[in-house]
Design a binder for this molecule. Structure first.
Ligand code: PLP
Length: 362
């Protein structure tokens, strides 16, 4: 029996095999799943049973991990700017590693989590990613150096360096230059007697959507080579993958709620739009499409403008998408590779509930 729409169906065995593939391609790396991508307890448990650690962005995420028995001591709190109360409560729960990229954040951490270990977020080239992440966060190598010295003066442990090459990064070169920047920082700190204990490669590992992505094995080779060339070998080489682990495991199913012709445009109104899971397409100026198919396959295709069910014009997320011309109310549109950053962004706007989650596999 098909589940009721709208729903996201995630195959947990595929999440497990993606984890295995990642660890196979990057054998020296410890994986900390970036749970913001899809924090469903079923997914957290599946990854935990494979040996994954977790990266959090807030206290709420930590609480979700604690609810399934994860030890906070194994968690990385990488959000570079955190609400003070979250720092305090996370430290009280046992989190001891915090990301930062500014003197103000170091001051907060030293006051609310005295003696904690800190890792600095570098701003790196994210231009080859689809979802850049260095606009809001990150600092250059020189400032990172001064931040880690300041951390030491504040009684914190200068622990590591991190970066994010941007989500859905499709160039292996991005990791090469980012790891080299981390190496430069490590070299500079050596002169002050500081050896970093962690290099955290962040996320960005790409999934396949309509177009393919560079194979993870190719990315793994570049990373392995660059790690060998670091000034010394830190105890922990971490990565915080999100999208790579869960995107391809999910299919989002949404029924057609209406059709209209407006001028020469065919509008298709679906149970999901920008406010119910399709937020990522809005972030890409040229549009972003998931692989799509429908419950009414046909060769007679029409270009559609796709939108959600709410009364807001901003709920329009794709233009010129070719789908069967015979689609009608009640037919279902399927979005493949939809396991990442769909439900995380879904709201109940206009009292349309977000899609439910269904899990298959084990
Ligand atoms: C700090 C941090 N780590 C990891 C990730 C996961 O990135 P991705 O899903 O591209 O692997 C994100 C995504 O926003 C992030 O902000």
């Amino acid at each position: 029996m098909s589940p009721e729409t709208p729903c996201l169906v995630t195959d947990l065995s595929q999440v497990g095999s993606r984890y295995d593939q990642l660890v196979g391609a990057l054998p020296e790396i410890s994986v900390f799943y970036a749970m913001k991508c899809n924090p469903a307890p079923e997914i957290l448990r599946a990854l935990r049973s494979r040996g994954a650690g977790f990266e959090i962005a807030s206290l709420g995420e930590l609480r979700a991990l604690q609810a399934i028995g994860v030890d906070p001591a194994g968690v990385l709190y990488s959000n570079p700017i955190k609400p003070p109360a979250h720092i305090e409560a996370a430290a009280a729960a046992g989190v001891w590693r915090f990301g930062a990229d500014s003197p103000g954040e170091l001051a907060k951490i030293s006051e609310l989590a005295p003696g904690a270990a800190v890792y600095v977020r570098l701003r790196v080239d994210d231009s080859t990613s689809h979802f850049p992440l260095s606009g809001k966060f990150g600092t250059d190598v020189e400032d990172a150096y001064h931040l880690l010295l300041l951390a030491q003066r504040l009684g914190l442990r200068p622990y590591g360096v991190t970066f994010h090459v941007g989500s859905q990064c499709e160039s292996t070169e991005a990791w090469r230059t980012a790891i080299r920047a981390a190496g430069t920082l490590m070299e500079m700190l050596l002169a002050d007697g500081i050896e970093l204990e962690m290099v955290d490669l962040g996320g960005g590992f790409p999934a396949s959507y309509v177009a393919g992505a560079p194979p993870i094995e190719e990315i793994g080779e570049i990373i392995a080579k660059e790690i060998v060339d670091l000034p010394y070998r830190p105890d922990l080489i971490a990565a915080e993958p999100g999208r790579f682990l869960v995107a391809e495991a999910g299919v989002l199913a949404a029924a057609v709620v209406g059709r209209a012709e407006r001028g020469d445009e065919n509008w298709l109104y679906l149970e999901v739009g920008a406010f119910h899971g399709m937020a990522e397409p809005l972030q890409i100026p040229g549009g972003w499409t998931y692989p799509m198919w429908t419950s009414r396959p046909s060769d007679d295709l029409l270009p559609y403008t796709l939108c959600g069910p709410t009364c807001d014009s901003a709920d329009t997320f794709a233009h010129g998408v070719l789908l069967p011309g015979t689609l009608t109310v009640g037919d279902v549109v399927y979005f493949g590779s939809a396991g990442a950053y769909t439900l995380s962004y879904a709201t109940s706007f206009n009292a349309f509930p977000p899609p439910t989650q269904v899990f298959v596999g084990s």
